[in-house]
Design a protein around this ligand. Structure first.
Ligand code: NAP
Length: 351
């Protein structure tokens, strides 16, 4: 690809996802952060004053000194990464795309629109082709919106993609144990989550079900045909800081053996690997042989938070096969996902 640095603005820079973006973009080889934007409460303050930094790694000094601005077009950058609250993301992202910016969004607002790509680089990079239709539909000459999936959908779909390609996939039943950081900051009140599991996360089950079908579906050059795989999700909030663990059962179309399934996961080479995107991990999937892995605390940082952990593959008397998946929700499921999508856009010359 062309050797150049792209200027990046971060919308929602003070939030959980925004902070992760800043941390992951520190010394990024292709992207340099030139604008940090958040709500009117934060605008005008330095980033150090505006942000309650939650990460264990220090706030990068270049970010601490920057002045936070309002989320309005006019930022000096080539693209914006959005970690905006869902309540405001839709309109603000539209305004930026309409003003000519490439927008990569974490928010749910645009994900399921039929001219918006919902992309994981290792799963469906070809879905970016819908951008031309999006521009035409919306009368946007230059700008566009690309989205990454919900944090619990990402780990699931990365585990399913190699199975769908090798064996075909009829049915999926997934039960999630989702980390507290998935609810943003301050998120779930401590007295609700300590010593507890909350068996409900609003809208999450529907997102997993529909986004999985879009991601595993086909874009035929005109429109998306969602995958016919039937997906049923049950979502729980647990008292883990980072890392969503998911118990998955699948019904495959073709016969498989345990050895063959593990080999399919381990040998899966995404087409996007040829693009050498800085954020794509090697390995993409790590299969754990131990009976008690993967675990959030011990395994979520694998591949700088981008590797998908899988374990406990065994026969399921109901659907055929069952296993456990782990993914880091604020990295692979959010900030790292958006950055990887932006790298894909850069490598494909879309920026
Ligand atoms: P968060 O911690 O609550 O941060 C929200 C951000 O939005 C803050 O920077 C906030 O700025 C900004 N904001 C709020 N109201 C605004 C307004 N009216 N105008 C401009 N900016 C405004 O939320 P989060 O957890 O980072 O989530 C951000 C997005 O990513 C959400 O759409 C969420 O669904 C999605 N997501 C989150 C995760 C996760 O694991 N947390 C995973 C996947 C996707 P101020 O600080 O100035 O208020």
């Amino acid at each position: 690809m062309e050797k150049r640095m792209y200027k990046v603005g971060i919308l929602g820079a003070t939030g959980t996802v925004g902070q992760r973006m800043i941390s992951l973009l520190d010394n990024h080889p292709w992207f340099t952060v030139t604008a940090l934007a958040a709500s009117e409460n934060s605008a005008g303050k330095t980033y150090a004053e505006a942000c309650a930094w939650q990460l264990d790694t220090p706030m990068p000094s270049w970010a601490a000194k920057m002045t936070v601005v309002k989320c309005e077009p006019g930022l000096a950058c080539d693209l914006v990464l959005s970690g905006l609250d869902n309540a405001v993301a839709g309109e603000i992202e539209d305004a930026f795309a309409s003003a000519g910016y490439a927008v990569v969004s974490n928010a749910k607002n645009h994900r399921m629109e039929d001219d918006v790509p919902l992309v994981i680089p290792e799963v469906n990079p070809e879905h970016l082709a819908v951008i031309n239709r999006q521009r035409k539909n919306r009368g946007w000459a230059k700008g566009f919106i690309v989205t990454n999936p919900n944090c619990s959908t990402v780990g699931l779909v990365c585990a399913l993609k190699p199975l769908a390609d090798a064996f075909g996939l009829r049915k999926v039943a997934v039960t999630t144990m989702q980390a507290i950081s998935g609810a943003g900051y301050p998120g779930v009140p401590s007295l609700d989550i300590l010593d507890n599991v909350i068996p409900y996360i609003g809208g999450e089950e529907e997102k997993i079900q529909t986004e999985t079908q879009k991601l595993l579906g086909i874009f035929d050059g005109e429109r998306f045909a969602p995958s016919s795989t039937v997906v049923s999700a049950q979502c729980n909030r647990v008292q883990v800081r980072d890392g969503h663990l998911e118990c998955v059962s699948v019904e495959l179309e073709k016969p498989a053996t345990r050895e063959r399934i593990i080999s399919v996961w381990r040998s899966f080479v995404p087409t996007a690997a040829a693009l050498h995107l800085p954020s794509l991990p090697v390995p993409f999937i790590s299969y754990h042989e131990e009976d008690n892995r993967p675990q959030p605390r011990r395994d979520r940082e694998a591949g700088r938070g981008m590797t998908i952990g899988i374990g406990r593959l065994r026969e399921c008397p109901v659907l055929g096969w069952k296993f456990v998946v782990l993914s880091h929700n604020t990295i692979r499921g959010a900030a790292g996902a958006a950055i990887a999508d932006a790298e894909l856009l850069a490598a494909k010359g879309v920026l």
